[in-house]
Design a protein around this ligand. Structure first.
Ligand code: HPA
Ligand code: ZN
Length: 334
């Protein structure tokens, strides 16, 4: 099973580029940019990664990205993730980035997106991994700030596939950003939003995502299982759910394998992802290995989880069919 998972062609749809910042690169960039770090070794830094909920994670996540300053820093961050992903047979990735977390520190939107974009082009050419970019708004900042950043993104529209919503969900419901997402949709962008596990008013938030915002996908969305009505809506609309098992474990002490089993039984389009792999110390393969063990998923179920990611990817039908054929060929030859 380990080898089967390791080598199957994969897609990753929920990964925050800033969450792929490995401690080693952090130290290199801190030195280069003359930024003081609170810890004196990579081991000490990793030892501080003891998250128990979303806010305790976000505090470390935002502090960590302070070492990212110039275009080449964003290039290196992105290229390193894409190399690692490709080494795990990820053939396609949709990447979140958080521009407001950088403009608020005086790093320009152009610097951030140009560094990322150049790395995407180089990784596709040199490593054969295709990727697309999703601009995430920080939900604990204002809707005005989100709108300003959507305007900043307009000259780079061709470099983006969609918009998302992340950061602290408490008291920051989807409807707060209804105008921003309506505008993004008019601009031709796909829409997704985080509905993190066990958040206050989670069922209301999920329903707002589907009915008011009309998202194309939901990030996490585990709690939808508490409502038959929401499960039916998600199925009817064929919405993908980007679940992140190791990320969830920090909050609920389980990889949510029971919930993932339920989603598969209900034919919901659940996918497995890494979220913030440098912080959670698990890339996509490690998420799949650990999940399979906890939930004793069989080969057919693992194949469905992997195939679902290509099915709900924001790609044209022909490209999706080509990737799905690669998965089929792999499985039948295995
Ligand atoms: N949830 C909310 N905000 C985030 C996450 C997440 O999983 N990762 C990075 N920012
Ligand atoms: Zn996330």
């Amino acid at each position: 099973m380990h080898t089967f998972i390791e080598n199957i062609p994969k897609a990753e749809l929920h990964v925050h580029l800033e969450g792929t910042l490995e401690p080693e690169l952090s130290f290199v960039l801190a030195k280069k940019n003359d930024v003081a770090l609170e810890y004196d070794s990579t081991e000490a830094l990793v030892a501080a990664y003891d998250f128990h909920d979303l806010p305790s994670f976000l505090k470390i996540y935002y502090a960590g990205m302070n070492v990212l300053r110039d275009e080449y820093d964003f290039y290196q961050l992105t290229y390193a993730y894409l190399s690692k992903a490709r080494s795990q047979q990820v053939l396609y990735a949709e990447l979140f980035f958080d521009p407001q977390a950088h403009t608020s520190r005086g790093v320009s939107f152009e610097t951030v997106i140009t560094g990322i974009h150049k790395a995407q082009l180089d990784a596709e050419e040199s490593l054969g991994i295709k990727s697309q970019l999703i601009l995430c708004f920080l939900r604990d900042m204002s809707a005005e700030s989100a709108m300003q950043h959507l305007d900043m993104a307009e000259p780079y529209l061709g470099w983006l596939v969609g918009v998302g919503l992340d950061s602290d969900e408490r008291n920051n419901p989807p409807v707060k950003f209804a105008d921003v997402f309506a505008k993004a949709k008019k601009m031709g962008l796909k829409l997704t939003m985080h509905c993190d596990v066990n958040q206050q008013n989670t069922l209301t938030h999920i329903e707002q995502c589907i009915r008011t915002i009309e998202v194309d996908r939901i990030d996490h969305g585990i709690n939808s299982l508490e409502s038959d009505k929401l499960c039916e809506l998600i199925k009817d609309k064929k919405l993908g759910l980007t679940v992140c098992p190791v990320s969830n474990r920090f909050v609920v002490q389980s990889l949510t394998s029971n919930e993932i089993h339920s989603m598969l039984e209900k034919d919901m389009l659940v996918t497995i992802n890494s979220d913030d792999p440098a912080y959670f110390r698990a890339y996509l393969n490690e998420n799949l290995f650990e999940l399979q063990k906890e939930g004793e998923f069989d080969q057919a179920q693992m194949t469905t989880l992997v195939s679902n990611a290509f099915k709900v990817a924001w790609l044209d039908e022909k490209t999706k069919a080509d990737y799905l054929l690669q998965v089929d060929n792999y499985v039948s030859q295995y």
